[in-house]
Ligand binder design. Structure first.
Ligand SMILES: CC(C)(COP(=O)(O)OP(=O)(O)OC[C@H]1O[C@@H](n2cnc3c(N)ncnc32)[C@H](O)[C@@H]1OP(=O)(O)O)[C@@H](O)C(=O)NCCC(=O)NCCS
Length: 164
């Protein structure tokens, strides 16, 4: 099928992405733990990978929802980020990113953070482009799809209130 022909949709598995990075001293705060901003940067990258894989077009970050850091990440640990598109709307889509930390010496894996990001697909002239729908297949994907609709309403309400 050519990129110009309308497509019925894409399964979530086509956007599923994984990105890993070893935490190095350059990423640390004064206590020797990774800076929250470093993790946020990785979340944005992992989210963009899934968004671009789904849209197969350039995408920009429109917003990032609330993020919590459940425990510190230590230098020498591996930061693992898994992302996929939960739902596409018209020109925007919600991407979920889950952050894990692996202690390479013990193999322990801990869930550190989760985030929802909204990406908008745009062309070189800055025009927003329509995005093919997401087809949720598993029960978990269907749940995320439904919840993404509710989160979008909340986000758009916040955006309306923030406008001068
Ligand atoms: C995000 C951006 C494309 C929105 O453009 P806009 O003209 O204000 O947006 P519109 O009102 O036409 O909305 C476009 C889509 O984005 C969504 N959107 C816009 N702002 C949003 C926000 N804060 N949260 C969630 N979705 C948002 C809209 O709901 C709409 O989605 P839909 O087409 O699926 O219904 C624009 O503000 C932009 O380019 N921002 C800079 C992005 C960037 O450079 N990010 C990197 C960090 S600096």
């Amino acid at each position: 099928m050519s990129a110009l022909e309308p497509q019925p949709g894409k399964p979530v598995r086509e956007s599923q992405s994984e990105y890993s990075e070893l935490a190095l001293p350059n990423d640390a705060n004064a206590l020797g733990n990774v800076l929250g901003g470093k993790v946020m940067h990785l979340v944005d990258l992992a989210g963009a990978m899934a968004a671009i894989r789904h849209a197969r077009m350039p995408c920009v970050t429109a917003s990032i929802d609330h993020m919590s850091f459940l425990h510190p990440v230590h230098i020498g640990q591996l930061i693992i980020l898994r992302s996929s598109v939960n739902r596409a709307f018209c020109t925007s889509m919600e991407v979920g990113v889950k952050v894990w930390v692996e202690d390479l010496l013990t193999g322990d894996l801990q869930h550190t953070s989760s985030a929802y990001l909204t990406f908008v697909s745009i062309d070189a002239q800055g025009r927003h482009l329509p995005i093919v729908p997401v087809i949720p297949e598993t029960e978990e994907e269907k749940r995320r799809y439904e919840e993404a609709g509710r989160r979008r309403e909340y986000r758009l309400e916040l955006r309306k209130r923030a406008k001068p």
